[in-house]
Write a protein that binds this ligand. Structure first.
Ligand code: AMP
Length: 191
């Protein structure tokens, strides 16, 4: 079983690369952003609450995200492993994930962080926003999301570094080149 955390600021390519990794390694995609957007489409209480945070680029409160993760983790029993995309995003979530996985006799093998410069992130998300229909793919919200990433999410890098599970990969260039770098990293570190 391989469990990966794909980490990086908004627009660093986590979603795109997750899709390719799932295909190659047969893993289960676990994107809290996608789950939250499904909750919004379903007009659930969680969705309605989460939307207010998401639309302005803030993080949804830990207690709501954690309750949602507990509900969804066990839906995939028997999976060959997970790619956690956009989760964990705070130290509380990182500690919670370690605890939940340990309880299930599982662990994170590697956190792979995609490294992309700020201007490139903004350009990529604005381009995605032309078709994504996501209200948070708009310039002022993108800037807020990048700020939130640096303040609240980037500190969890230390958590994975301490466990010798952190690797940074150059996230610039073509999709296939980045994918190859990620796969090489996985095979060097895990296989
Ligand atoms: P994403 O699709 O991963 O870019 O997430 C879109 C938005 O959903 C984020 O800007 C947050 O508002 C919210 N979100 C997704 N994952 C989390 C998380 N793990 N913790 C808190 N908020 C989250």
């Amino acid at each position: 079983m391989i469990n990966l955390v794909l980490f990086g600021p908004p627009g660093s390519g986590k979603g795109t690369q997750s899709e390719k990794l799932i295909e190659k390694y047969g893993l289960t995609h676990f994107s809290t952003g996608d789950i939250l957007r499904d909750e919004i489409s379903g007009k659930t209480d969680l969705g309605m609450k989460a939307r207010a945070y998401m639309d302005c680029g803030e993080l949804v409160p830990d207690k709501d995200v954690i309750a949602m993760v507990i509900k969804n983790l066990d839906k995939h029993q028997g999976s060959k492993g997970f790619i956690f995309d956009g989760f964990p995003r705070t130290k509380t979530q990182a500690r919670f994930l370690r605890h939940e996985l340990t309880d299930r006799d599982m662990r994170i093998n590697l956190m792979i962080a995609l490294n992309v410069e700020r201007e490139e992130l903004i350009t990529r998300i604005l381009k995605r926003g032309e078709n994504s229909g996501r209200p948070d793919d708009e310039r002022s919200v993108i800037e807020k999301r990048i700020e939130v990433y640096h303040k609240q999410s980037a500190p969890i890098i230390e958590f994975y570094k301490m466990m010798h599970k952190f690797i940074s990969v150059d996230g610039k260039g073509g999709i296939e080149d980045i994918f190859k770098r990620i796969c090489d990293t996985i095979e060097r570190s895990i296989a």
